[in-house]
Write a protein that binds this ligand. Structure first.
Ligand code: NDP
Ligand SMILES: N[C@@H](CC=O)C(=O)O
Length: 804
């Protein structure tokens, strides 16, 4: 025989009843031997409790009672509920008159929910010519006299059940009321919350059923609540022991009292979805799973109480006093953590008991307050408990680090010594983010990286397209899910928490809105976005003013923009302090040499103690292209310059390259990597723009490019034979001092030299060090261009994603 148990949501009006009847009908058709246990329908038990609460306060309850009756009886005119409704009328009236009720009365009231439910289903089945028998469990399950949470008397109950099923067996389907029972005086009792599952598992035990199928409105047990964690996965199979671990933290069906009768007879329990016939649900058996399961559970409606005092150090019995005082008032403590110094003890209680708990403890510790041994008892109300079931401390650093990286600092955490369970108390507003971060880490499900891209010009736009093109491949190879939730230029932003797609250009035109950086931060926060990275692909100084707010709000930074690293040394240090304080990172590999691995190389050499003595080379891709081409081709300077602009090698304002600022910035960034504290003003720059062309807008300058032709033709002609022009940066001097020498200049070098042989838009960097002597380390390759730069920025994003 199989026991089928249906919960309240499965039995709700509408699709629910229909689905339940279909399931029973199909099983009967397939000649399966079944017994059905039912909960009260919809929210009947909660509603009856609410009505009771109103009645006892002598408030108007009749309206809600009539609505309850209408819900239960509507659409089912063939069923007569007169007896149940009259019982309720009478009982509520009595409670209202007396202004009081006993647990006995409450059980009588609540029991009507299950009776109505079982009567209804029996009648509908009968109308479908199915032999159904309404079975009042009060005639079968006999309990002690503890109303509200009665304990079954096994021997008696088992005898009754076996006798009943001998009478009504074969092709009769017993439709049994869950939750309710009776004591030896024949008074109605209830089995406590989750009681219908208990009834079902008792029947399964007594009748030695083949399986207990518990029908719910979900597909089974999940690794986390799918409403909060979209990536949550269904657990196919788990053992009773593992199920027991899940029980306390929300999975009521798995409560010990429900599963013990099943364990005794080794009866499998399957959690199924009434509304999804295809789904195989979660199967719980006596077999231990090989890997052990992990699952995240949440306790809400809790509060954290903290008792602190210097005088608690070494005092015996403080904890005992706390627990005793609370236990006397029936207040249960769930999570507890105490520092080794014993100066403080934090613990979690139900939210609606927190104030009472505080005042109980204030009374208990009144004299300790007076002696200043206890300094304060505080309540932190908006908190939630996350429990990672199946997690021990050996790998806990991973989810913990990920939480800290996402600025979720748990208020308290504890673990079980045996068994595997780590619990954390977090602020309620951080619950969603915390759950997703932990879930991603422990299940090694793709880690979601939420990216905001500022600047969608040549580099930024190429980056967006590169990410969208390769993100699926990255997800399958690296388990990193890149989600671009914001794309902005200087005036408009496109925001989408689920990520932009290939139509982003169109969308930004149509749906782009004006914004402030605080609105972007709020958007990320409101949507619980984790692993945040802000990408600066602007050339704007104004945008760099946002860096600190972004870092403080949990964003890592990546920039192709060089400005932030070349403002005052004070600002340079301030950003790094903020990064350190907030445990955030800032990567800017493309600041020098576009996609070339230069900054990382210099950092590593310097960190390893290698003494870098000089860095010299062609730092600018655009000026490399300009002079490489101009030196060997008989073409006007302006024509080649325009080509460099058109190829996307130059800065948004090409004068930034020609005036030497761009090379100067790169040189300064490298100097600062070597811990030199140079300022931009320290750089000797040879400005390539003749004085009269320096002023005005970029547009005007572009119209006068031909005025450069004569100047540079002359420079070219005045060189020695077989020489070529190169615009170089040179960091030299005693680099162990506070500052180095930084020169940016146009030089004429032999065509055959290393610098003279550079081609196209290549940059070349010669890094001289003490160990390498006269033979520099040379890094050479494309030094500019949207594609290589975007690829470099992409590399920084992945580096951050992997480090997390
Ligand atoms: N090109 C290359 O080879 C390399 C470039 N870089 C760096 O890449 C960066 C981008 O260059 P590139 O793509 O060529 O420049 P573009 O001019 O093509 O794009 C710049 C983008 O930044 C936006 N922007 C400007 N100011 C702001 C602001 N305050 N807030 C938000 N967005 C803003 C612009 O929007 P709007 O249109 O509204 O002004 C535009 O979308 C530069 O810093 C450059 O130095 C680094 C290495 C190599
Ligand atoms: N304009 C720059 C682009 C890269 O930083 C250059 O020409 O190198």
């Amino acid at each position: 025989m199989k026991i089928l148990k249906f919960g309240g949501k499965s039995l709700a009006n509408g699709k629910g009843i229909e689905a339940v009847i279909n399931i029973i009908e199909n099983k009967v058709k397939n000649r399966e031997d079944i017994t059905v246990v039912l909960s009260a329908r919809g929210n009947a038990t909660d509603e009856l409790e609410e009505i009771l609460d109103k009645a006892v306060k002598n408030q108007e309850y009749q309206g809600q009672l009539e609505a309850f009756k209408e819900y239960q009886a509507s659409d089912f005119s063939g069923v007569d509920f007169t007896k149940e409704f009259e019982t309720l009328d009478k009982l509520f009236e009595g409670v209202s008159l007396l202004g009081d009720y006993s647990k006995r009365i409450k059980d009588q009231i609540l029991s009507q929910g299950e009776v109505i439910s079982a009567k209804l289903i029996t009648q509908i089945l009968k109308e479908k010519n199915i032999k159904a028998h309404f079975t009042d469990s009060r005639e079968l399950i006999i309990t002690d006299g503890q109303f509200g949470d009665a304990q079954p008397l096994d021997k008696l109950s088992k005898e009754n059940v076996i006798n009943h099923f001998q009478k009504y067996n074969g092709d009769t389907v017993n439709i049994v009321t869950g939750f309710i029972a009776s004591n030896t005086k024949n008074e109605t009792t209830t089995l406590g919350r989750n009681g219908s599952n208990y009834t079902a598992s008792l029947l399964a035990n007594y009748l030695e059923a083949e399986e207990l199928q518990s029908f719910t409105h979900v597909n089974g047990i999940y690794t986390a609540n799918p409403d909060l964690v979209p990536e949550a996965k269904k657990i196919e199979k788990l053992s009773f022991t593992e199920a027991n671990e899940l029980a306390y933290f929300g999975a009521n069906i798995l409560h010990a009292k429900t599963i013990i009768p099943l364990i005794e007879k080794n009866i499998p329990l399957r959690i199924l979805n009434t509304f999804d016939h295809e789904n195989q649900g979660t199967l719980i058996t006596g077999e231990a799973s090989e890997k052990g399961i992990k699952s995240l559970s949440v306790l809400e409606n809790v509060a954290l109480i903290n008792l602190e005092g210097r005088g608690l150090l070494g005092r015996v019995g403080v904890d005992a006093r706390i627990f005793k005082a609370l236990a006397n008032k029936n207040i249960s403590v769930s999570i507890i953590s105490q520092g080794s110094s014993e100066r403080g003890i934090g613990f979690v209680v139900e939210a609606d008991k927190a104030k009472e708990a505080k005042s109980i403890l204030e009374q208990e510790f009144e004299s300790d307050f007076y002696k200043r041994d206890v300094s304060g008892i505080t309540i932190e109300e908006a908190v939630s408990v996350i429990s990672i079931i199946g997690q021990d401390l050996s790998t806990f650093h991973k989810p913990y680090n990920a939480l800290i990286k996402n600025q979720v600092v748990p208020l308290l955490f504890n673990n079980t010594v045996t068994g595997k369970n780590v619990s954390l108390v977090v602020r309620k507003e951080q619950l969603h983010r915390a759950l997703n971060v932990i879930h991603g880490e422990i299940f090694e499900i793709s880690k979601k990286i939420n990216v905001a891209i500022f600047g969608h010009g040549l580099v930024g736009g190429t980056l967006v397209d590169q990410i969208l093109k390769s993100r699926e491949q990255i997800e399958s190879r690296k388990k990193i899910k890149l989600n671009i939730f914001a794309i902005a230029n200087s005036s408009k932003i496109l925001l989408n928490a689920n990520g932009v797609d290939q139509n982003w250009k169109n969308d930004i035109t149509k749906k782009g809105v004006s914004y402030t950086i605080n609105e972007v931060i709020k958007f990320a926060d409101d949507n619980h976005l984790e692993n945040l990275i802000a990408i600066d692909n602007t050339a704007s100084q104004k945008f760099t003013e946002n860096y600190i707010s972004l870092v403080e709000s949990g964003f890592d930074l990546v920039s192709s923009n060089k400005v932030a690293n070349t403002l005052s040394f004070d600002f340079y240090k301030k950003i790094r302090i903020k990064l350190e304080e907030n445990q955030k990172q800032y990567l800017y590999e493309t600041n020098v040499g576009a996609g070339l691995p230069l900054i990382d190389t210099i950092k590593l050499l310097h960190l390893s103690g290698e003494n870098i003595t000089r860095i010299k080379g062609v730092f600018s891709g655009s000026l490399s292209y300009l002079f490489n081409t101009f030196s060997v081709e008989e073409r006007p300077f302006s024509e080649v310059l325009q080509e460099a602009i058109d190829k996307g090698y130059t800065e948004p304002d090409p004068r930034e390259d020609l005036c030497g600022n761009d090379v100067g910035r790169k040189l300064l960034i490298l100097a600062r990597e070597l811990d030199l504290s140079n300022e931009f003003e320290d750089i000797n720059i040879h400005n390539l723009i003749p004085e009269p062309l320096r002023k005005g807008e970029s547009k005007e300058f572009l119209e006068k490019l031909t005025e450069l032709d004569k100047v540079y033709e002359k420079v070219k002609q005045e060189q020695n034979p077989d020489h070529v022009l190169r615009y170089i940066g040179d960091l030299w001097g005693d680099l162990s001092q506070e500052k180095g020498n930084l020169d940016v200049k146009l030089v004429s070098v032999p065509k055959s030299s290393a610098l003279g042989q550079v081609k196209g838009s290549d940059s070349i960097f010669e890094i001289y060090t003490e160990s390498y002597g006269d033979q520099p380390i040379v890094i050479q390759g494309a030094g500019a261009g949207a594609a290589v730069t975007a690829r470099g920025v992409f590399g920084d994003i992945l580096r951050l994603a992997e480090r997390g």
